[in-house]
Design a protein around this ligand. Sequence first.
Ligand SMILES: Cc1cc2nc3c(=O)[nH]c(=O)nc-3n(C[C@H](O)[C@H](O)[C@H](O)COP(=O)(O)O)c2cc1C
Length: 370
Amino acid sequence: MKSTFGKNLTVALFGESHGPAIGAVIDGLAPGIPLDPAHIRRQLDLRRAGANAALSTARQEADEFEILSGWFNEHTTGTPLTILIRNQQTRSGDYAKTKDLLRPGHADYTAYAKYGGWQDYRGGGHFSGRLTAPIVAAGAICEQILAAHGITLGTHLAECAGIADAPLPADETALKAAIAKVNAKPFAVLDDAAGEKMQQAILAAKSELDSVGGILETAVVGMPPGIGEPFFNSVESVLAHLIFSVPAVKGVEFGAGFGFAQMRGSEANDPFRMAGERIVTQSNNNGGVNGGISNGMPIVFRTVIKPTPSIYQPQQTVDISRHEDATLQIQGRHDPAIIHRARPVIDAVVALGLVDLFCEAYGTGWQANI
Ligand SMILES: Cc1cc2nc3c(=O)[nH]c(=O)nc-3n(C[C@H](O)[C@H](O)[C@H](O)COP(=O)(O)O)c2cc1C
């Protein structure tokens, strides 16, 4: 029963949605990395409900963070770095009323099955999307390490409620500019008109006591070739492990992904060519990874985020204390869509996974070798 990930760089999550605080301990950071807390603040703000207030839960947490250890004179010390975020807007009474009624699509039943009823059910406890705040903070540290090595990443809402954003450009320079563009927006779309329609669709679902999902598309630019292990710690398997750790993620595809099923080899292969001294590929159907190892092209993947499980319509369920069928009328405050808030979470886990893989290739010292 663990909430820890990583080999060279490990992240342990702690806390519950309605407990005093949530946080993360990041171990395996090199000493002497200059860290800008403003970037952590910025990423946390992108995840905060306040960034898109009408589209998000009414629970508006400030997500003020404290670095309790591992950071001194604006640099990492190399000892475990602890980030703490206090919960301030809990309203646990909402959950007491329905604590025995399992929310369909949420982790109430599976948490009960695993923890035998000892889990903190308030606000979803340790299984709440709230625990993604410390993940974002930890990832924001890794994003800075990657940026110092010329590697940038970003995620846009490729689709929400069936409405598509403009596609990410294939050309690397244009892709980098597109990432910078979406990174600067609270609602991460390339096409503002599509973004407006998505927001209306989220509000429409909310007014119908329902929720919507969508697809996030992420690109990592500036990866050198040769990172990742051939089998079990391939770039795809490490990133997919982390991406599937984000609540509400139900699918990931790299490059052309499931589209490969309709292709022939002649269409699917990415032909190589020289670009000055660099070996590049003409297309990027493989999403920047061959044989589990980065090939130097952008790492591109898509993530499906399901509709928020906690909806306000009456739902068929079971009362776990009585072992009887029941009707659930959800209380508490919930997001009518998760996708816009999950976007910095995906960036965070990707940064964590890539730093772990870089350390596997070059050792922990690589992080500060900038
Ligand atoms: C940023 C974020 C916010 C979320 N907000 C809510 C929410 O308000 N209500 C809810 O029921 N689920 C929310 N979720 C999703 C649940 O945590 C998730 O669906 C649940 O833990 C079950 O896990 P699974 O969907 O991965 O199977 C959120 C997830 C994320 C990443």
